[in-house]
Ligand binder design. Structure first.
Ligand SMILES: NC(=O)c1ccc[n+]([C@@H]2O[C@H](COP(=O)([O-])OP(=O)(O)OC[C@H]3O[C@@H](n4cnc5c(N)ncnc54)[C@H](OP(=O)(O)O)[C@@H]3O)[C@@H](O)[C@H]2O)c1
Length: 313
């Protein structure tokens, strides 16, 4: 197979032996694989792969056709179109995934959309609903809402009956984010004027958290999912106490096999039907062939994009 390989600072396509599936695994001919900031951090040497995953092939999500199945696979057959959440190794022409971490593609979903779906939608769904307990009618703030996770979160929160406020720094992207279901799309400097918020999906990190905390409603919950805007913040604990507020955080990548399977099962039960019904979409800003992974990473790091960057093979 061919794989995007991190070698020091270099990122290039390299020939590697084909993997073979374990008992409960699928061998997938990858057609599309989303780029995530974790891939860029791994390339910088700041985010090593967790144990059990390829340590130099990035890629946390993929979509493709099943080529072969392990002896104990029950849910998918050769030829099935699947997408999957992986802990690494997605950016290659072949990958093995556990069937418990795979989802069937809804009819009509394109490869680029499928390749950009699992990580963003799993992260957003898990944070908002499983961790944050978001319910009907609550007011939710999504910071950094034009990106892959943010554009998923805006749609999921709106589909779940929440009132959505979204921060987007690029004015040119605000109308598109409103089109995903945000009632108010605002500049990050205007957060205070649009609160209070019952749930905050914090995708920017410390720079935003300082602004957000005083705007929580009583019983408000903040889920820290991204720290691109800083990982260390001073917190007014008195304000936190008086609002009976909670701050939590999570990452998907570090989860165990069983925890990852639970996230995928929740996605299959709650989110996939909405995707299949056309009530959710995966905004794909740009696609790149696998051999141009370095260009794709560069584009990912640049500002001003709606949704995902996806590699195609
Ligand atoms: N915990 C997890 O399991 C998990 C999983 C996936 C992603 N993440 C994290 O979640 C974050 C979002 O991921 P993503 O895939 O959606 O990334 P993305 O597509 O690059 O989107 C990030 C968005 O945040 C905005 N932004 C960045 N810095 C900002 C700042 N200082 N102030 C205001 N807006 C800012 C960007 O706007 P511009 O276009 O203006 O730059 C962009 O729209 C990343 O930090 C990522 O590492 C965590």
């Amino acid at each position: 197979m061919q794989a995007v390989v991190i070698a020091g600072d270099h990122l290039g396509l390299v020939e590697r032996p084909d993997p073979s599936p374990g008992d409960t695994e699928l061998l997938v001919a990858v057609r599309a694989a989303g780029v995530n900031s974790a891939d860029l951090a791994q390339r910088r040497g700041e985010y090593p792969a967790p144990p059990g995953w390829p340590d130099d092939i990035p890629g946390l999500e993929l979509a493709g056709e099943v080529r072969a199945t392990g002896a104990r696979v029950r849910r998918f057959a050769v030829g099935a179109r699947v997408m999957a959440l992986v802990g690494g190794g997605g950016q290659a022409t072949l990958a093995t995934v556990d069937e418990a971490h795979a989802l069937a593609l809804p009819d009509g979903l394109s490869w680029p959309a499928a390749g950009g779906f699992p990580e963003a939608f799993a992260t957003a769904f898990d944070a908002l609903f499983s961790q944050g307990g978001l319910t009907l009618g609550e007011r939710v703030l999504v910071t950094g809402a034009a990106g892959g996770v943010g554009s998923a979160a805006v749609q999921l929160a709106a589909a779940g009956g929440a009132r959505v406020v979204a921060t987007v720094r690029d004015p040119a992207l605000r109308e598109a984010v409103a089109g995903l279901g945000a009632g108010d799309v605002i500049d990050p400097d205007d957060v205070a004027r649009h609160g209070p918020y019952d749930v905050v999906l914090e995708l920017v990190g410390a720079a935003s958290l300082a602004v957000v905390l005083p705007c929580l409603s009583t019983g408000g919950r903040v889920l820290v999912i991204g720290v691109g805007g800083g990982a260390t913040a001073a917190i007014d604990l008195r304000g936190l106490m008086s609002r009976r507020a909670r701050i939590g955080g999570s990452t998907l990548r570090a989860r165990t096999h069983a925890e990852r399977a639970a996230v995928v099962a929740a996605l299959a039960a709650k989110v996939l039907p909405l995707l299949a019904a056309g009530r959710l979409r995966v905004p794909v800003s740009e696609t790149f062939p696998l051999r141009r992974a370095a260009d794709a990473y560069e584009r990912f790091a640049a500002r001003g994009r709606l949704g995902k960057i996806v590699l195609l093979s």
